[in-house]
Design a protein around this ligand. Structure first.
Ligand code: AP5
Ligand code: MG
Length: 216
């Protein structure tokens, strides 16, 4: 099963993708995570990626298509994947269609996680993650069971993303509405688009996603 999770910054794509990975044995393909790894490599391209991400803008379609095409071709993706953060523009959606057709693959579900803009700034500015294993948390909505200790690995070092400040979030939201939301009709026309209520709490959103994926 191959899935695409669509939604604005902070909608819960990453949080839910991690849960669906476990539940359905799929691989999460987050272009944001891939770009953050590129930034951490310190390469020339990584520096360019950092500049663009910190400004809340989008990387070039060509680079993102190349990145995803290479990743989908890796053996672990044969068990099925969850696209998180790609496609993000109409050219990316069209390139994905072509790429999947060439590889004899298809998207079984495209699910929009719908959230009001006002909720997103609060979600993003309160987000942090474990520096060791990457598990995601929120100051208010998703605290670890023991303060300062990661539930997943026991680590005590946490980090916040450089683009998780209010000013950048507003630019990212603008980019979402101008460049990404217009791809929703592309999937609606194909009859594969569903929507879940991303304003609900994290467990309820998972239930709604499972209901879509289990055909309920
Ligand atoms: P990316 O990393 O994809 O960021 P994003 O799309 O802005 O989404 P986020 O990761 O911020 O949010 P999320 O939906 O994953 O939410 P999360 O689950 O963490 O991209 C970063 C940048 O890379 C882009 O701006 C762009 O520059 C570049 N880029 C990436 N892909 C690209 C592409 N294809 N083309 C061009 N450029 C690209 O949840 C957020 C917080 O809320 C967490 O703390 C969580 O605990 C909490 N939370 C989650 N769900 C709920 C809930 N239901 N209720 C309450 N709190 C919740
Ligand atoms: Mg994410």
């Amino acid at each position: 099963m191959n899935i695409n999770l669509l939604g604005p910054p902070g909608a819960g794509k990453g949080t839910q993708a991690k849960r669906l990975e476990e539940r359905y044995g799929l691989v999460q393909l987050s272009t944001g995570d891939m770009l953050r790894a590129l930034v951490a490599s310190g390469s020339e391209l990584g520096l360019e990626a950092k500049r663009i991400m910190d400004a809340g803008q989008l990387m070039s379609d060509d680079l993102m298509v190349e990145m995803i095409s290479a990743r989908i071709g890796e053996p672990d993706c044969a068990k099925g994947f969850i696209l998180d953060g790609f496609p993000r523009t109409t050219p990316q959606a069209e390139a994905l269609d072509k790429m999947l057709e060439e590889k004899g693959l298809q998207l079984d579900a495209v699910i929009e996680i719908a959230v009001d803009d006002e909720a997103l700034v609060e979600r993003i500015t309160g987000r942090y993650s474990c520096a060791r294993c990457g598990a995601g948390y929120h100051d208010e909505f998703q605290r670890p069971k023991v303060d300062g200790v990661c539930d997943s690995c026991g680590g005590s070092d946490f980090k916040r993303r450089a683009d998780d400040n209010e000013e950048t979030v507003r630019s990212r939201l603008k980019a979402y509405h101008a460049q990404t939301a217009p791809i929703l009709p592309h999937y609606r026309d194909k009859g594969v688009l569903s929507s879940v209520d991303g304003m609900a709490d994290i467990d309820e959103v998972t239930r709604q996603l499972e209901s879509v994926l289990d055909g309920g």
